[in-house]
Ligand binder design. Structure first.
Ligand code: NAD
Length: 508
């Protein structure tokens, strides 16, 4: 452990909150070895006992919720409201869903073959072993410990490498896992920088990665070399489309929330707004009013507020660069546009009007408190421009339901929500993943449980047909018999030609 410790800085004040070691490659190797030896014991537990362990963990987190929220707010700069009402709530709900869904999603099932009708195939799902979860800085629970729940419930041990920008909440959650009486080796947190993440990709049996496209590509390439399953949840440039006939006050309120939640540092947040010409002026006026009413301050400075600080100072430079580029190309700053005086990384929530597709703010991920609004001729143009993107993570459509639904079906996006924003992330029953450069695979749903298992398909003689099965097997193998070949030809024509179809009234 020779690397420099990691200093965690308060986004609100710039002061050091705490420091953690960079455990590096050695730390990851030791954690993976511990997880490997604990894995089989965890995998052998019934679903009920694994769910009980996750419930104990959830109880411990809820009992310590004030400390968890304090830690999360201190390192991320987000409002307490979001730390509690989004991140903690999500963890609780995810444990409920995965715990309840696992027995059914992962249960053994039988497939009956059509051709080899004397056989029956049993699908048995077994955990991969050790799943490595690598998290980003913007959601210290949601995309870190949150992503451990499905692999754990599927019977894997998990080693989590949180972002070096916000590692403290994960360290605390690992402690709560242990204090809840659960096996320390089954869920471990290793703190470190990119090198530690890379070491996890080199050793784990499956990888759940959330982060930037650039790192995601490297992670997927390495996982591809090793041929281990890898899920990547990457960037976004989510469009929000406002059609004529939409409930405009509702659309504006939703757009303000979706654009500026966690100061815009959310992968599924609204990054581009397209509004149909006839309602554009009214919508923009409503949005500007909403945004100027938002309360922005440091955590702890008075009661509830809407926006906190930007976690990662680099995001401020991106925001400033994109505003300058857009203004040079003809956009107008409708609200905001500058930093907040005083310490900390504060930037006023900024709306740009008159956006055009060639502007950087319409093409590159911003991940900060800035949203561009572009007027479009009609829904066709909105769909075309929304789809002109490297990303395809999330989208929102506001409008009369039939029209909005029709637009939703044409968007190139892993997820779309109609007449609302963001809350589709909480529909943990459905797979949530991206198209294009937004990633591969998905979290949530039964799919998320299954992807952390591998399947053995065990084919057996079908009960009661053992003798026929033996006869068929003896006819197919060496030595080849020309009579069998003739029988196979006749059977093929009967099954797939018109013979069986005449009997059944349909072709198989
Ligand atoms: P990042 O790619 O810089 O870092 C993510 C994690 O990868 C960190 O833990 C980092 O230490 C680790 N890492 C760095 N180099 C590595 C390597 N070579 N091998 C393995 N791991 C390595 O991303 P970030 O800046 O922390 O996160 C912001 C990005 O995450 C944004 O693009 C955002 O859109 C995306 N994001 C996506 C989702 C989603 O669900 N699609 C959710 C949250 C954030």
């Amino acid at each position: 452990m020779s690397a420099q410790p990691i200093r965690v800085l308060s986004p609100a004040t710039g002061a050091e909150v705490a420091s953690v070691p960079d455990e590096g490659r050695d730390g990851v190797a030791a954690a993976v070895a511990r997880a490997r030896s604990a894995g089989p014991g965890w995998a052998a537990l019934s679903y009920e006992r694994r769910f009980a362990a996750l419930r104990r963990f959830r109880d411990a987190v809820l009992d310590a919720s004030e400390t968890v929220v304090d830690t999360l707010v201190a390192e991320s700069g987000k409002p307490r409201h979001e730390a509690e009402g989004i991140e903690l709530l999500y963890l609780c709900e995810l444990i409920r869903f995965m715990g309840r869904a696992a027995p059914r999603a992962l249960k053994e099932e039988t497939r009956r073959p059509f051709l080899f009708a004397t056989k029956s195939t049993r699908l048995v799902r077994r955990p991969l072993g050790v799943v490595g979860v690598i998290g980003p800085w913007n959601f210290p629970i949601l995309n870190n410990a949150g992503d451990a729940i499905a692999p754990l419930m599927a019977g894997n041990a998990v080693v989590l490498k949180p972002s070096e920008v916000t590692p403290l909440t994960s360290v605390l959650l690992a402690r709560l896992w242990r204090e809840a009486g659960n096996s320390p080796a089954v869920f471990q947190v290793v703190t470190g920088r990119g090198e530690a993440g890379a070491a996890l990709v080199d050793t784990a049996d499956g990888i759940m990665f959330t982060g930037s496209v650039a790192t995601g590509r490297r992670v997927a390439a390495r996982a591809g070399e090793r041929l281990v399953p890898c899920v990547t949840e990457l960037g976004g440039k989510s469009p929000l489309i406002v059609l004529a006939g939409a409930d405009l006050p509702r659309a504006a309120r939703a757009a303000a929330w979706s654009s500026f939640i966690h100061s815009g540092q959310v992968c599924i947040r609204t990054e581009r707004i397209f509004v149909e010409e006839p309602v554009a002026d009214e919508f923009q006026a409503l949005l500007a009013r909403r945004v100027t009413e938002l309360v922005q301050r440091a955590p702890g400075d008075g009661p509830t507020h809407d926006l906190g600080a930007v976690t990662f100072p680099h995001q401020l430079e991106i925001v400033e660069r994109q505003i300058a580029d857009a203004v040079e190309k003809g956009a107008r700053v409708a609200t905001g546009g500058d930093r907040f005086a005083g310490p900390g990384n504060f930037f006023r929530p900024t709306v740009l009007s008159g956006a055009r597709p060639e502007m950087a703010v319409m093409r590159e991920e911003t991940f900060g408190p800035l949203v561009p609004v572009m007027r479009v001729k009609d829904a066709e143009e909105a769909v075309r421009l929304a789809n002109e993107s490297r990303f395809g993570l999330n989208a929102s459509v506001f409008g009369p339901e039939a029209a909005a639904r029709s637009v939703a079906r044409r968007l190139e996006s892993g997820n779309v929500i109609v007449n609302d924003v963001l809350v589709n992330y909480f529909v943990v029953e459905a797979p949530f993943g991206g198209w294009k450069e937004s990633g591969l695979g998905a979290r949530h749903g039964a799919e998320a449980l299954r992807q952390w298992t591998r399947t053995t398909a065990i084919t057996l003689p079908r009960r009661g047909l053992g003798l026929v099965d033996r006869f068929v097997a003896s006819r197919l193998a060496f030595p080849y018999d020309p009579r069998v070949r003739g029988a196979l030809q006749r059977a093929m024509r009967f099954l797939y030609g018109t013979g069986l179809a005449r009997k059944l009234g349909r072709r198989p």
